[in-house]
Design a protein. Sequence first.
Length: 690
Amino acid sequence: MEPSGLDDLLIEAVFTAGAHIGSVYVLDGSRQVLQMEASIGLPATIARSWARVRTSDHAPISVAVRERRLVWLRDRVALARRFPAVALALPYHFAMAFSPISSGGAVWGGFALGWPTGAESSLTQRRLRLIEDVCARMGLVLRQASEQGRPIVPGPLPRILDQVHAVRPGQPAGLTALACLDCLPEGYCHLDAQARVTLVTAPAARLLDADPAEMIGQRLCKALPWLDDPLHEDHYRAAVVSHQVTRFIARHPSGRHLSVECHPGVPGVTLRITPVAERHAPAGDGQGNPPLIGLHEMLHLATCLAQAVTAQDVVDLVADHVLPVTGAQALAILSWENGRMRVAASRGYSQEGIERFNGRPVVHALPWVPGYQWDRPSFYGTWPEFRRTFPTAVRVDGMSAFALLPLAASGQSIGTCVLAYERPHRFEDGERAMFTALGGLIAQAFERAWLYDNKHQLAESLQARLLPSDLPEIPGLDLAARYLPTTPGMDIGGDFYDVIRLDDTVAAAVIGDVQGHDMTAAALMGQVRTAIRATATAAASCGEVLSHANRLMTELAPDRFTSCLYLKLDLAAHTMCLANAGHLPPLLSTPGAATRILDDHPGLLLGIDPDTEYVTAEAPLPPGSVLALYTDGLIEQPGLDLGEAITGLAAGFTPGRDQPLPELAESLIQPAVLGGRTDDTAILLLRSTP
């Protein structure tokens, strides 16, 4: 069904309520995401930033839909108090009302109206009734469309409505208005909801030194690239969203300065353009330096950085927002360990360049060089200037100019952010101020990432040291093992495995998984592995080994459980015995037979009942047989039954007679390498040889 019914209702609501912003959201098929179907009065760039909002997000439209109630925010202060992240991304003066769109007892989407701050200190009963009526009518449109099998499905980007075409004055009146404007000394230019030029007066064309025919229908920044400045864009957005007049001064390529006033309408903006006397013109660098990051971009970057987890996340976000508008070609975050530099993350530097950084002694500034302070940003416009301060520095990838932004946590230096330019660059006062603010944002985000990375590396190092570094050489037995840590962003796990040589013809193998994903799980895993090694003797049965480990577990960590599988292999008699404490069953592939799942007599997890006894089962182990021991990270998938997953693994487990076990282990673990993992994965393969 065409969404024209929603469009008409949206335009009607905006004008009837005296609002200047309106948006309609539709729930997607999963009912977890709100997609903006159409908007009026919002700049296209902002509308696209909020095109998809999850119902679980802490955002006004999400709360309205999730809790089925109206959310009223009278001003920017109210927005900042209740939704601080949203206020950072939208630092403008406006009041907003958000309401769910319901019909037939179901919620179909959300609706938003906005007014200039001060125009609406509170919602009147008349406007409340208007919102309720519009939402009910919108809900009916969406419900009927769904019942007819033609639901309204928003596109990837919201449609920005422009109702000017519906109320366009007659052609004679339009020509008369243009003629009147052409008589005024200042220039006028109108931009529609998409920031496209719809009208240019003759004085404006002269001041802009542009052909109106080439401007009409084009976005202003495309028609006049010298106006494509984030600072100018931010003034335009502030005028539209806050519905207040804003002003900025732009520099024409000829050197002239123009004053541009943004007068908002619904929709679009009218620009009033006047020349600026040279004595009132702002100081410029005249070097063609790139524009600075505007307030909107800086605050949006701050919001994004709050969600960064790793150092590379920080670099990627900063690079996406900063490099395009500063003209820098490379970005890196350097930290140091034991007096040596380490590249924590980078963008734009070559791999060879990164390798030249890594491991080098920390570069120190000469103490007598004036101006350098380790805790403040420093700027070097040329390579010789940089070398005068850091004489031992190595030039990487031919970079010529640098901004060094110190990163500190609790008064302690934890690194430096380096922005590099391929050519000499003059850092003006405004740019230095912007980089200083940027350094503060990066430092906060990097501190969180730095702490996370250090914690994760420590846990991984602990777990790696608790696992066997090498498998023993045992006559009559081939071995291979693989361990795959969990996906970055998750905590450490407690998977473990081991192979123990008991005598010349007897060996034991163990694999297990301690409950939890933290340092405690990793440490407990080491204790369980040590306890099993201490109990495993040629005389002890498999059940006795697990019973001893179980009693120890209930004493060490009564609130933690561990799955464990223990096998003892008699390589001379070609037999084996095993006991299972709630672990996944092993697979046994014998020559000339289908792979078996050895799931007989599984017992309780270790750590539940100290008096639990574990049954020992026996099975033949013909020469050439291959055993596969594994943890759940290998087979678990969302929505897949565990039994089906084990059966599927067994069906595909067909080792070749001469296939090397390391190659087989790699083929088994490869799907887990390629896919996202929510748990560690361990595999232990054993082959009985003649």
